[in-house]
Design a protein around this ligand. Structure first.
Ligand SMILES: [Cu+2]
Length: 152
């Protein structure tokens, strides 16, 4: 039993040492508090990640697209697909050209907000079918920022 306790203590020491290495190996006091902080941060971020993908009421799905990083008038895809139900459209726009995404079809017409250098989201309730998506900013759809969203 004494040996077991010693082993556990050794394992704990090794684990604490590993956690602290990233941060600050020169100062022992900062090192241990830093590694505790890291442990807390990791736990929080991983639990929030799993709750956002796991929770949220059933068959929600997410569809992602990205506007051209160089500011060209195009998305990285012209074809999207999603499961029927709650669908969150996530449009990442890394450029300084304003963009948004609008989804249209089967009685639905809804757009994200228009933004530069950020991520726009909009959750829609979609039935199975074909929808069009496009950037509603003037001239962008005509320039090619459009595609088809298939919902099944
Ligand atoms: Cu646009």
């Amino acid at each position: 039993m004494g040996i077991l306790v010693v082993l556990l203590a050794a394992v704990a020491l090794v684990a604490a040492g590993c956690g602290g290495d990233d941060d600050n190996s020169s100062d022992n006091a900062n090192n241990s508090s830093g590694s505790q902080g890291n442990t807390t941060d990791n736990t929080q971020s991983s639990s929030s990640t799993s709750s956002s993908s796991g929770g949220g009421g059933g068959a929600a799905s997410t569809v992602k697209l990205t506007a051209d990083p160089g500011g060209a008038l195009k998305f990285d895809t012209t074809k999207l697909s999603a499961k029927a139900g709650k669908v969150t459209i996530v449009m990442d726009n890394p450029s300084s050209t304003p963009h948004a995404v609008e989804v249209e079809g089967n009685g639905v017409e809804k757009a994200t907000k228009t933004l530069t250098q950020g991520t726009a989201k909009e959750t829609l309730d979609l039935k199975p079918g074909k929808y069009e998506f496009y950037c509603p900013v003037d001239g962008h759809r005509q320039a090619g920022m459009e595609g088809t969203l298939t919902v099944q």
